[in-house]
Structure formats: C-alpha cells, structure tokens
Ligand binder design. Sequence first.
Ligand code: ZN
Length: 428
Amino acid sequence: MNILITDTTIIPMTGDQRLWFSGDIGITDSQIAYVGTVPDSFHADTIIDGSNSIVLPGLINAHNHLSMTLLRSYADDMDIFSWLHDKIWPIENRMTAEHIYHGSLLGAAEQIKSGITAFADMYFHQKQTIRAVLDAGMRANIGATFMGDEQASLQRIGAYRDLFAEYDGSGDGRIAIDIAPHAIYTCGGRTLEIASDLAAELSCRLHIHLSESLQEQADCFAAHRMSPLAYLHSLDFFKVPTYAAHCVHLSREDLELCGQLDIHAVHNPTSNLKLGNGVAPITEMLKRGMHPALGTDGASSNNNLNIFEEMHLASLIHKGQTGDPTAVSAYQVLQMATTYGAQALGIDQRTGSLEPGKDADLIMIQTDVLHLQPMHDPISAVIYAAQASDVQTVICRGKILMHQRVLQTLDEQAVIAHAVEAAEALTS
Ligand SMILES: [Zn+2]
C-alpha cells in the first residue's frame, strides 16, 4: 500500500546538523520512497494531510521491561534494593505467561500512543512479549534474560538458542533477539561469561543494567576491587556490541574504556531520579563522541512509558546539574531518541531517520494546539513544549498503527481491561 503525507514539516534526523524543511513524504509498502518532493507519478492509496503536523522518525525506547506495566504504582518511594527484594522479585515469581502477554500488550499500546515504534526489552516469557509486539505491529529487540548462578544459566542456553532460531528476524525483520544478563549484582561471574559467549555465538547484541546505583559500585569494588564496567571487561564480556542501561556512576577511566569498546549507554532519567540513583554523565559522553540512547525503563520505576517525558527531562537535568544551559541541546536529545537509539539496538540500517530506502517508521505530531504555537523552531517545539498526546499518527514498516490517536491494530479498551484483570489476579 502506498501512503502520501502532504504539505508537512519534516525533521529527517539524517545527520549532526539541525535540519527541518517543508514537503511531502511518499511511502511504498514498507519503505520510505521519497522525502521532501514526491513525483506527480506517485500513486497513493492513502493520502494523509500533513499540514499542521511535524513528521519525525518513530521514537526508540532503548530500555524497557514491557510487562512491568502490571506493576505500575505497585511499589514507589523506595530505594532500589528494598524495591527489588521486598516488592518486585516476589511478585515477579508469580507471573505466568498469560500475565506477561497482557502486560506486554498494555505496554505496547502505551508506547505507540507516545510515538514509540521500536524498543528494547529485558524480561522472562519472551515469547509472550514477542506475541504482543507482533499483534501491535511494532519493532522490538527482545532480551533473552539471564539471572542467577551457573547452573540456572546453563539450563537456559538451549531454550535461548531455540528462541533465537525461531524468532530472530521474524515479523518481516521487526523482531531481533538479543542476550540480556540482568546485572552484575544478579548474575554470577560464570553467568556473565555464559551470556557473553552465547551472544558471540549468535552474533547478536548484549543488553545489561550497568552502574545504576552507588551500592552496585561499592559492592563491586569490595568484591573485585574494580568498577562494574572494569569487572565486566576483566571477564572479556564485551565480545559483541552492548547497550547498557543507566551508566550513572562511570568514572573518567570507565568513560575512556567505553570509548575503546562498542558500548552504547542508555539514559533513563526518570528511573534514575525516582530510585534516587543520580544523573548519568551524558554531557561528558556527548563531549567524548559517544552516542547515548534514551529509555523509559519499566513502568514500575517510571511509572509510564512516555518517551516525551524522558526527552524533556534529558534536555533539562544536565543543564541544571552542570550550570551550563548549552549542555545537551534539543537536537542532541532528539538524536538520542532516534538515530542513537537505532545504533544502540543495531537497527540503524532500517530505522532511526527519514531517508528513501529505510523502513517507513515515522510519527506525526499535531502542531495547531495552544502549547505549540507560535512555532519558530519545530525541533525546540518537540523537545521543550510537545506532549505525547500530541502524537496523532504512528506508522511502523509502512503500517499505520495509530491514526488520529485511535489505535489501528489493538482494541485499546480491551487491552486495558485484560491488563487490569491480570494485575488483580497477580496481586490478590
Ligand atoms: Zn531496567
């Protein structure tokens, strides 16, 4: 099906230079055919009026635990280890495949409504999350998750090889399978090595939580006399490109090591602030030429999957922390939520910018609303003034997932009802 978006404001995210222009976009089946000028010969099956809109690449949420939507507002105002040990892990042990499916569907719907077309996940019952992603029509890097000791990890290898064989590249390439050892404080050294070896064998990516809290850092120094990053490096962990959530407490030496290794930090500002873990050194990363991505983390430490809130916070907290109002510009934040996210997940050949030949993953933001007018600069408008609820249309791989804020692939009220039912069953 060919789609023509007419007379719109386009932010293509095609390079380091701030750029926007007016024009049309032509989509042929799953791919972008034209950006800017569409020839008269282009036959459109569907025409979308793009006036009073900004068109952006679909936003990328590079760190999530999708079905943790079921635990939204379940445990708040706690430190990270009490939160995990006393509240989260006991209830996670009771989650069934069906809980995970309905929590994932809720998360998928919520993400589409905030303009997210691709995300990275780390959780268990991966097949249920994949099922939800395929139903929703999104794109996802699904983390085959490791926790615990060597024995538990050895038992998972066979199932994860099968998961990779069956689902990597499924959904016309929308699903990628990555290996996701949870963190150094939940995985033994052998588990970290087993996970890294499996990622190397499958030639996929690694997804891990890294240097999230001061406690993690202190415990690692006590046990290994080195930082969490140096500890992983000492295990020869980084055999494949790795995206690492948080990276809040990185020393100068850690940052230098990151520059030598293929590590993509994922910035989760809300989660880091809410759990009292601090502020990641994003300004320093950008100065060093690193490309940090952006994520929401799970809905029980955020408590929503609204990437516009993350963009807004990422644009503000580093200015406040450094006292430098030029730190982390609006355009850099947009890069984190698009091109840098795509690079972290290894999907930048397909998505992350608006260019002919790339998959048609894009969103339309309505601009004729009070808080976006007058609009001198659309990039500034998206980061400093827009709300997730301004996203009107979401397209992923040429398929319309939301139009005029109505989900096209999911029944929103049914999704909510099933998730509430699953959460009640879980907590009763
Ligand atoms: Zn997380």
